[in-house]
Design a protein around this ligand. Structure first.
Ligand SMILES: Nc1nc2c(c(=O)[nH]1)N=C([C@H](O)[C@H](O)COP(=O)(O)OP(=O)(O)OP(=O)(O)O)CN2
Ligand SMILES: [Zn+2]
Length: 129
């Protein structure tokens, strides 16, 4: 995944490309107080937005959507229909920690640090930029 970081061919404008992914997973939050409902195992339909920013390449792309999918979808597939607490690095899978985990995994694989938005429910959004 190659992204051009200078914006000379966009008149100085940084352009952002976002792809949305979804997965279903169970989790529990072991660090909330006894009696908190989120200490119990439960599930969410997660939505994840991944945003990459840059200038344009010779094709007029920040990057091809398919290049982004090739990096991100396999990572999302690791989470789908899992208990997130079982995944290394996600023993306390708050949305904040999940967003940081996703950003780190994508950065290690692709060398670019995208903005990550994790929607645990349709009303609650966590963003790491
Ligand atoms: N800052 C954060 N707060 C909370 C997180 C989090 O990751 N970061 N997570 C939770 C729980 O995972 C909880 O399941 C979130 O859902 P909830 O608050 O229950 O929202 P619902 O949409 O399920 O609300 P209902 O009214 O119960 O349908 C809590 N806080
Ligand atoms: Zn939850």
């Amino acid at each position: 995944m190659t992204v051009i970081h200078d914006a000379t061919n966009t008149g100085g404008q940084i352009v952002r490309v976002t792809a949305t992914y979804s997965f279903e997973a169970a989790h529990f939050l072991p660090k909330v107080p006894e009696g908190h409902k989120c200490r119990r195992l439960h599930g969410h339909n997660y939505r994840v937005d991944v945003t990459v920013a840059g200038g344009l390449d010779a094709r007029g792309f920040v990057l091809d959507y398919a290049e982004l999918d090739a990096v991100v979808q396999p990572i999302i597939d690791e989470l789908d229909h899992r208990c997130l607490n079982d995944i290394p690095g996600l023993d306390n899978p708050t949305s904040e920690i999940l967003a940081l985990w996703l950003r780190d995994r994508i950065a290690k694989k692709a060398g670019a640090k995208p903005t990550i938005r994790v929607w645990e429910t349709p009303r609650y959004l966590v963003e790491v930029a």
